[in-house]
Ligand binder design. Structure first.
Ligand SMILES: Cc1cc2nc3c(=O)[nH]c(=O)nc-3n(C[C@H](O)[C@H](O)[C@H](O)COP(=O)(O)OP(=O)(O)OC[C@H]3O[C@@H](n4cnc5c(N)ncnc54)[C@H](O)[C@@H]3O)c2cc1C
Length: 370
């Protein structure tokens, strides 16, 4: 079958209710919640599921440090995570009972953490300031660098293995008669006037649907550019170091008070996987796309972590990995693009995409179905 769509001659391969572009954690979540609403979904990826940032990140789950609506959204998402393994009937590797600890090294950082604690309390969420001596009793082996900090228990902070979440969502999408198509790179969005018609690949093969959701990580920007649209989504490279299994249980997530603030090239983040390996991060480099981290950056991340937690010197770093976050200064964009009926974007989650994925998927599916 061949159709003229706009100025293009394309072969229409199949029709769906919704096409989701990008099988990272956001596209997978949007696909699952859309399929759950009874929509016929196709999820396409230019490579394979989890090949973007979602497969190269820490997987940390936290609400602390966010404010306003974002704090509420993160909280809602973490609540959805609690039931996800049961809901998907899939073995998701998740831990939500860690103590979240943020460490301050200056009075300015203490003031910043106090604001975050107040914000959590305003929302009725667990968080409190703690002294240096309390930090030392909570974290044996901590250095003298932190002058105080904030902690949050709450039964929601922790980490998840994003691969198991993505594959759990995809497994359920297939059971709900959705279609997953790897190695299918969208090179253009098909439109007719102000309406979306579908997507096309390099071979001029088209998939048709009245709704297209772009959730292609930092590459969302390129697909929007092809329609002369922009949402200020930019690549933000992050590097994480992985150690061999540590012979102790950390049971905490340690973060620097400056973690996540734009302009901080390297900030502290130490988490432990269920197997015992420590993930040490991380860095932020806006505009950088190269996947290989340089040795200078690796050394700065390691030295920064050692300066907070010298016990790290007892374990070897076995590898480093790089992921590219979809950064958007204003926070994630979720919704329909006003220029084209049926064109939705779910992207720009920066360093919060794993935490916010279930809430994002549910919210976007609601928007599509309404
Ligand atoms: C080092 C690092 C640490 C992080 N730590 C955390 C953390 O602790 N907690 C947290 O909540 N978040 C964390 N994040 C952020 C989180 O990883 C991201 O926000 C999230 O993974 C973004 O998911 P996504 O689905 O939007 O994008 P991605 O996972 O990048 O997925 C996009 C997908 O789109 C596909 N694609 C791109 N272009 C096309 C196209 N034209 N056609 C078809 N497919 C296409 C890609 O192949 C890819 O599979 C971290 C990120 C990094 C890099």
């Amino acid at each position: 079958m061949s159709y003229i769509s706009g100025a293009r001659k394309v072969r229409v391969m199949a029709r769906y209710d919704v096409i989701v572009v990008g099988a990272g954690i956001i596209g997978a979540a949007v696909s699952y919640y859309s399929a759950k609403k009874g929509l016929k979904v196709a999820l396409v990826d230019k490579k394979y599921p989890a090949s973007g940032a979602s497969g190269a990140c820490n997987g940390g789950l936290s609400y602390f440090g966010k404010s306003g609506k974002l704090l509420q959204d993160a909280y809602d998402s973490l609540i959805l995570y609690r039931e996800l393994a049961k809901e998907l009937d899939y073995p998701i590797e998740i831990c939500q009972d860690e103590l979240f600890v943020q460490l301050a090294t200056t009075e300015e950082e203490i003031a910043e953490l106090e604001k975050n604690v107040e914000e959590c309390k305003r929302f009725g969420l667990d968080a409190e300031m703690v002294s240096k001596s309390t930090l030392h009793s909570l974290i044996p082996g901590l250095s003298n660098k932190p002058i105080g900090g904030a902690i949050a228990q709450g039964g929601l902070h922790g980490f998840v293995n994003p691969f198991t979440v993505i594959y759990g969502y995809l497994d359920k999408v297939k059971k709900l008669e959705g279609t997953i198509i790897p190695n299918w790179e969208v090179v253009g969005i098909l439109t007719s006037g102000r309406k979306v018609k579908g997507v096309v690949n390099k071979k001029e093969e088209a998939l048709y649907a009245p709704v297209v959701v772009i959730s292609s990580g930092f590459e969302t920007a390129y697909l929007l550019q092809s329609l002369n649209l922009t949402l200020n989504i930019m690549p933000n490279r992050g590097v994480v170091l992985v150690t061999e299994k540590a012979p102790w249980k950390l049971k905490k997530k340690l973060m620097g008070a400056n973690f996540g603030s734009t302009g901080q090239n390297v900030s502290l983040c130490i988490e432990q996987t269920l197997e015992g390996n420590l993930l040490i991060g991380s860095s932020q480099e806006i505009g950088v796309l190269i996947r290989e981290p340089n040795i200078d950056l690796i050394a700065r991340i390691a030295n920064n972590a050692l300066s907070f937690y010298p016990s790290l010197g007892k374990v070897n770093i076995i590898r480093a990995f790089t992921g590219v976050r979809p950064h958007r200064e204003e926070g994630p964009f979720l919704g329909e693009i006003k220029e084209y009926e049926g064109l939705f974007v779910a992207s720009g989650h920066g360093g919060m995409g794993i935490t916010l994925a279930p809430w994002t998927g549910r919210t976007v599916a609601l928007m599509i179905a309404s």
